[in-house]
Design a protein around this ligand. Structure first.
Ligand code: GLU
Length: 445
């Protein structure tokens, strides 16, 4: 890392103790930014990096609710409004027991660059709660969401901060959150949340967008090397919204997706994952992946273990942070891996990224490869602002255009900075310069 940046990075780490994932995300970005500061001394003079690492506002609040047994439950809610240089704070809400301030800050920090790369007018933010939705009834989910919004509503708005979904937050939760926001504010403010239902202000393609976008990005990387998805053997981690739609898109391009996982284990289906069955089990029944193996022949279910023990030519990590480590990366590379695109946020450890880069494996970092979700959220905001709703085909065309644009911008930036094919460098520099220029233009705030 550039010595000038290392000093700033060390200060950031020291003043945010115990936030391992945030440290990791900051370090990874700083490692790319040395050459930018040679060309732009004004970024150092304006203390852009110091400002960028300090969120504009951080909100932590108590979320009290009553479960179906009549017991009082207390969770912690977060919203980190990281950077609004390019537009209102924008980013999802994650409901998962692992959520803490460090996790929300890592996600919010990544979101700044991701959102900048989309070319849409959106700043970066993230939020969530340590609430565990698993095994909760619809009524419990609703009571939790209503309590969460009873505090959050005062901090958000279509011109201020626009939350959406992430792990544990999908259409059902966005519905309950939107209802409570409307009830408290007495405003039908469609643009305050994205990921809404189609009949009440949502956008077609939003549910598919992250998974589709990840595969479109991977296809562009392959195309740049004269290859395609056709005939690839793909392994996907996760079986949530991102994973399911990545599987569907990869198979529509001629790949065979042989495996996906949940937190209990993974399935191996050499004939190619049956997406409709997977959707039925995960989205309709909210069941476990084990069910998939029970209902389809010639499928193995592996209890525990890692889906990265399987061989693949393309890997799409779509589960969660740090799920693919250096050892797994080295094994995948030895066994013929040619490309990785991250559908999740920071799923590869720093060691894994180093292995992929040394081996010359195509590697699309999450902040570029999974930007299709938030980009389509920005398209939802656009439709809300004009009280319009677009067709599936038009919205999908816009998504494709945006993903191809992100790919090309990352590739061109990597080339401009003398490291062609390094999408990590291209994404970090491409996103950063846009935000840094806007911050300087807007003065010291
Ligand atoms: N949570 C998603 C992400 O990681 C989507 C955010 C949004 O649509 O605002 O980018």
């Amino acid at each position: 890392m550039d010595a000038r940046l290392e000093v700033i990075r060390d200060t950031v780490l020291a003043r945010n103790p115990g936030e391992g994932e945030f440290h990791q995300a900051v370090t990874e970005v700083f490692e790319s930014l040395g050459p930018v500061h040679d060309r732009h001394p004004e970024f150092l003079e304006g203390a852009v990096l110091e400002r960028l690492c300090e969120p504009e506002r951080q909100i932590i609040f108590r979320v009290p609710w009553v479960d179906d047994a009549g017991r009082v439950q207390i969770n912690r809610g977060f919203r980190v409004e990281f950077n609004s240089a390019l537009g209102p704070f924008k980013g999802g809400l994650r409901f998962h027991p692992s959520v803490n301030l460090g996790i929300v800050k890592f996600l919010g920090f990544e979101q700044i660059f991701k959102n900048a790369l989309t070319g849409m007018p959106i700043g970066g933010g993230k939020g969530g709660s340590d609430f565990d939705p698993r095994g909760r009834s619809d009524a419990e989910i609703m009571r939790f969401c209503q309590s969460f919004m009873t505090e959050l509503y005062r901090h958000i708005g279509e011109y201020t901060d626009v939350p959406a979904g992430d792990i544990g937050v999908g259409g059902r939760e966005i519905g309950f959150l939107f209802g409570q926001y409307k009830r408290i504010t007495n405003r039908y403010e469609s643009g305050v949340l994205t990921g809404k239902g189609i009949s009440w202000g949502g956008s077609l393609v939003r549910p598919e967008a992250t998974g589709y976008g990840t595969v479109i990005f991977a296809a562009e990387m392959l195309k740049a090397r004269g290859q395609s998805f056709d005939g690839q053997r793909v392994v996907v981690s996760g079986s949530g919204n991102v994973a399911i739609n990545a599987i569907a898109k990869a198979q529509s391009l001629g790949a065979t997706v042989v495996a996906c996982s949940d937190s209990s284990g993974y399935v191996v289906d050499e004939a190619g994952i049956d997406v409709e069955l997977l959707r039925q089990i995960k989205e309709v029944e909210r069941g476990r992946l084990k069910e998939y193996a029970a209902r389809r022949s010639a499928v193995d279910y592996v209890d525990g273990g890692s889906v990265w023990d399987l061989d693949a030519t393309v890997a799409l990590p779509c589960a969660t942070q740090n799920e693919l480590d250096g050892e797994a990366a080295a094994r995948l590379v030895r066994n013929g891996l040619i490309a990785v695109a991250e559908g999740a946020n920071m799923p590869s450890t720093r060691e894994a990224v180093a292995v992929f880069q040394q081996a010359g494996t195509l590697f699309g970092p999450g902040k570029a490869a999974n930007a299709g979700g938030v980009a389509t959220s920005a398209l939802e905001m656009q439709q809300n602002a004009s009280r319009d709703s677009w067709s599936f085909a038009h919205t999908e065309d816009r998504l494709t255009e945006i993903m191809v644009g992100i790919h090309d911008r990352c590739a061109a930036t990597a080339e401009e900075y003398g490291d062609p094919g390094n999408y990590v460098l291209g994404a970090n520099i491409g996103g950063f310069v846009k935000v840094a220029d806007a911050m300087l233009a807007q003065g010291l705030i």
